[in-house]
Design a protein around this ligand. Structure first.
Ligand code: NAD
Length: 284
């Protein structure tokens, strides 16, 4: 069966929206997300537009900072420092990738961990792996929500995550572990990938290569989550999983588009609300 990421993301956004409405009704401050974009990468532009539109839907305020491609690292760091100190801003998101002359690591580390709604700051990464409360990365959080939406219990299941990036593969694996799955992380050097995948009750694919998983690699009845976003030869978006062949074997599967993508944005807003709650407690 298809997992409807659009419908699931709408549920999350509606929950956030109801909580923002409640704040408005009681005259409280409204959460605010600052989004910084450097340069004019068209994909980044479209991601930022999507985030700002979704924030507006929930009632979360957003501020966009559009910086030129030639912006220096110091200039960007000074914008972040200002936003860190601004108590009317709850979440700070720097859209990646950044131009080559700017260090992403330095920039992400400059964001106050309590405002790091992408969950990329080393302190949030450490807290995630230590099992402490933190802002966790949005795509992995969305992946877990999508699995939960199927009603299939994660506990005790064999989960295989293909991809070991810091933003998807590794944090997804940790969240699955937190839900008591038995987790294997596969990657570009994994031997016998197909056989490994066939053992997975839950298969999460985050590689960035179309056709990485085909139906013959899927265990009958498995939950398959396709994180990949690739542009096909005809210009259409495709995932990492060959949807048609995998869907005929899987119990549940996410489409691309309309699967993980919308959930990532919904979890960003949910994280912004969490950052707001943390800041309000801090301020009180
Ligand atoms: P990445 O390039 O950082 O990591 C890719 C991983 O895939 C690596 O760990 C690598 O070891 C592994 N890999 C590469 N070739 C492989 C192969 N042949 N077999 C097995 N493993 C292989 O990518 P990323 O940032 O983790 O993103 C992965 C995909 O997810 C991309 O398509 C990206 O666009 C997409 N993505 C989607 C969302 C979303 O919101 N839907 C968010 C983030 C990333």
């Amino acid at each position: 069966m298809n997992i409807d990421g659009k419908a699931e993301s709408l549920k999350i956004k509606d929950e956030v929206r109801a909580r923002v409405e409640e704040l408005r009704a009681t005259g409280r401050r409204i959460p605010c997300l600052a989004v910084i974009i450097v340069g004019n990468n068209p994909a980044s532009r479209s991601y930022v537009n999507g985030k700002i539109k979704a924030a507006a839907y929930t009632g979360i305020e957003s501020r966009e900072y559009e910086l030129q491609e030639s912006t220096s690292e110091d200039e960007l760091l000074s914008v972040i420092s200002e936003l860190n100190g601004d108590s009317s801003v709850d979440g700070i998101l720097v859209q990646l990738p950044l131009p080559g002359h700017i260090s992403e690591a330095r920039v992400l580390e400059a964001i106050l961990p309590q405002k790091d709604v992408d969950g990329f700051h080393p302190q949030n990464v450490a807290r995630l792996w230590l099992g402490q409360d933190c802002l966790a990365p949005c795509t992995p959080l969305g992946v877990i929500k999508l699995i939960e939406s199927t009603g299939v219990s994660i506990e005790g299941k064999r989960a295989v995550v293909i991809g070991r990036s810091d933003i998807v593969g590794k944090p997804v694996a940790k969240l699955l572990l937190d839900h008591n799955a038995t987790v294997t992380i596969a990657h570009s050097r994994t031997a016998g990938l197909a056989a490994l995948c066939r053992e997975a009750d839950i298969l999460v694919v985050a590689v960035g290569r179309p056709g990485t998983v085909t139906g013959d690699m899927v265990k009958p009845g498995a939950v398959v989550i396709d994180v990949g976003i690739n542009r096909g030869a005809d210009g259409r978006l495709v995932g990492d999983v060959d949807y048609d062949s995998a869907a005929s074997v899987a119990g549940w599967i996410t489409p691309v588009p309309g699967g993980v993508g919308p959930m990532t944005i919904a979890m960003l807003l949910s994280n912004t609300f969490k950052a707001y709650e943390m800041q309000e407690k801090f301020v009180d």
